[in-house]
Write a protein that binds this ligand. Structure first.
Ligand SMILES: [Zn+2]
Length: 290
């Protein structure tokens, strides 16, 4: 019995152990090589696809920008209208425990007892202990294409606490930085459909007048991900996003935080070749068609 075993299998293997092992190794190396080549091919394909998608997205943004530039005189009439309950935003942020009053400690820090919202005020989610003290990444513009229709600062006898950017309804509105969604609703008078993102223990960004919200409270969003579609809800003269950045409850000029606009005073796309951007920027510098 054992002799048949030997003659049937074991003996030949023992006799040619070296060459068998070599063949097995060659087979293993061959398979590993094929796997590696396939993985490389897949990685290259994915990189090419990602590049192609980014290029396509950039091209479409440039086309929309050209369209907006042609319509810029009309788009510049699309901004906030009438009263917006800006105190509601400040109240909400203070209740959310974002930021600190000058010289003071954060209103709420992790396990601390958070202030209780008043009746009818949306209840902010608890401040997560994982939230960074200070967001260290870059910020980007909330739109890839659009026309700034109203700057931050004095307006109508008070301070406009954000910047208005007009575009067609449905223009994608993107997160300017990584963050958590702490508000996605329409209960703040005048602002329409609003998203508020919290980026660290002090800083938030706000996107108002949207036609549609694409996130919900509790979602974590990455910089550049879709949060809403631009619209004309709330007190508004036409499709635009009212965009704010706040340190605690204090508004800051978004232009002091966002990167310099690639197209002069226009947000414009972040991507595109220098030649493309230059061509579109020149269009922006020309007087709009009557
Ligand atoms: Zn505004």
């Amino acid at each position: 019995m054992s002799a048949r075993w030997v003659s049937a299998g074991l003996l030949p293997c023992l006799l040619c152990l070296g060459s068998c092992a070599t063949v097995q190794q060659q087979d293993w190396y061959g398979k590993a090589h094929d796997t590696a080549v396939k993985a490389t091919d897949v990685a290259v394909d994915k990189t090419q696809q990602a590049f192609s998608v980014a290029q396509d997205r950039s091209q479409k943004a440039l086309q929309r920008m050209q369209h907006y530039l042609a319509e810029k005189d009309v788009l510049k009439t699309f901004h906030d209208a009438g009263d917006q309950s800006e105190t509601a935003i400040g109240d909400f942020l203070r209740k959310a425990g974002v930021g600190a009053k000058p010289g003071g400690a954060p209103a709420s820090k992790g396990g601390g007892k958070a202030p209780q919202p008043g009746a009818g005020t949306p209840r902010p989610p608890a401040l997560p202990t994982t939230l960074p003290e200070r967001y260290s990444g870059d910020m980007q513009w909330p739109l890839e294409a659009g026309i700034v229709s109203s700057e931050y600062g004095a307006r109508w006898g008070k301070i406009h606490k954000g910047i208005d950017i007009a575009a067609d309804a449905g223009e994608p509105v993107y997160a300017v930085a990584d963050g958590d969604v702490i508000y996605a609703d329409n209960k703040m008078r005048g602002y329409g459909n609003v998203v508020i993102l919290r980026h660290d223990r002090q800083r938030t960004s706000l996107y108002a007048h949207n036609s549609e919200l694409k996130v919900k409270v509790g979602d974590h969003v990455a910089r550049g991900s879709l949060v809403a579609l631009l619209g004309n809800t709330g007190h508004s003269t036409g499709p635009h996003v009212h965009f704010e950045i706040r340190d605690g409850d204090q508004p800051v000029n978004p232009r002091s935080v966002l990167p310099a606009a690639k197209l002069g005073d226009l947000p414009g796309p972040d991507t595109g070749t220098a030649a493309e951007l230059s061509r579109v920027a020149q269009l922006g510098a020309q007087p709009a068609s009557p």
